[in-house]
Design a protein around this ligand. Structure first.
Ligand code: C2E
Ligand code: MG
Ligand code: MG
Ligand code: MG
Length: 279
């Protein structure tokens, strides 16, 4: 690389781009076997009831531990998986794994715990996803009303009759639907009327605004959600002052580092599981 260029700067940049490209290729190649070699796993972040401060449930968040490159954040590998058409098998695995975990925790911790699962727009279009959901319902280990499927507003770009019908089908199976990162997508609010959704997750940027005194948009979103009778979850709550502010609003739930980061199965069970009887 960098052949036939005059300056060192360009050669340096080209070298950087080479490295990025190599990393991308390496990641893409390993993603193909990530499911079989068990290098993917789920972390679970507690979702807290703002009134009672109890754990209402968890959000499943995908983690990838690459043998050579270490832990790769989902914001980096999920777009790669989408490009390589690997997102569907991965996401279907996430749905099954998270639902199985929920069944265990409903038995061991509390029978009304919920699970939130992130769904990519690609997955939403795929028939195997619907088959996976049917499978979950058919297994009868959990009631789908305890499972929330989160999708970003980008889904609204596909605001076709087909998308609406898909959502209605998923709703008719009993699952809950949620709009993730609400307020950050490039779409009109029109979809809020067309889509059968249960919940808005208010993006962290609006929560961060609380501490800098910019809460106009946050207040408006809360009002909007309230008017539409939607459950409201505040994402990325990090400070006590933001928490205090949210407690006085119509927001029902929150998640964020102030309460807990995403945790492993063991950590969840240590923190929230039944305490082991003393001998
Ligand atoms: P998301 O669904 O909006 O998830 C919330 C993200 O915010 C998570 O990042 C979480 O660790 C982080 N977070 C939570 N509380 C705080 C906080 O107080 N402060 C800060 N700074 N961050 C906080 P993560 O795990 O890196 O996931 C990033 C995104 O990757 C997710 O955003 C979601 O869009 C996507 N993703 C994760 N798992 C899956 C999955 O299984 N399938 C799909 N399709 N996407 C996934
Ligand atoms: Mg999410
Ligand atoms: Mg989010
Ligand atoms: Mg996000």
């Amino acid at each position: 690389a960098g052949k036939a260029v005059g300056t060192g700067t360009i050669q340096y940049l080209t070298h950087e781009m080479d490295e990025q490209f190599t990393r991308k290729l390496q990641l893409e190649r390993s993603l193909f076997t990530a499911l079989e070699d068990h290098s993917l796993h789920l972390a679970y972040q507690p979702i807290i009831n703002l009134k009672t401060k109890q754990v209402d449930g968890f959000e499943a968040l995908l983690r990838w531990n690459h043998t050579a490159l270490g832990s790769i954040p989902p914001d980096e590998f999920i777009p790669l998986a989408e490009e390589a058409a690997l997102i569907t098998p991965i996401n279907n695995w996430v749905v099954l794994e998270a639902c199985e975990q929920l069944a265990k925790w409903q038995e061991r911790i509390s029978d009304d715990l919920t699970m939130a699962i992130n769904i990519s727009p690609h997955q939403f279009q795929s028939d195997s996803f619907v088959r996976t959901l049917h499978h979950v319902v058919g297994q009868k280990k959990i009631n789908p009303r305890f499972v929330t499927l989160e999708m970003t507003e980008n889904i609204a770009i596909l605001q076709t009759q087909r998308t609406v019908e898909r959502m209605q089908l998923i709703k008719s199976l009993g699952f809950r639907l949620s709009i993730d990162d609400f307020g950050t997508g490039y779409s009109s609010l029109q979809y809020l009327r067309a889509f059968p959704i249960d919940e808005l997750k208010i993006d962290k940027v609006f929560i961060d605004g609380i501490d800098s005194g910019e809460n106009g948009l946050l207040d408006s979103i809360i009002q909007l959600g309230r008017n539409l009778n939607l459950n409201l979850v505040a994402e990325g709550v990090e400070t006590a002052s933001a928490l205090r502010y949210l407690e006085a609003t119509a927001c029902q739930q929150m998640q964020g580092f102030i309460f807990s980061e995403p945790l492993s199965v063991t950590e969840i069970e240590e923190r929230f599981g039944p305490s082991t009887p003393e001998i």
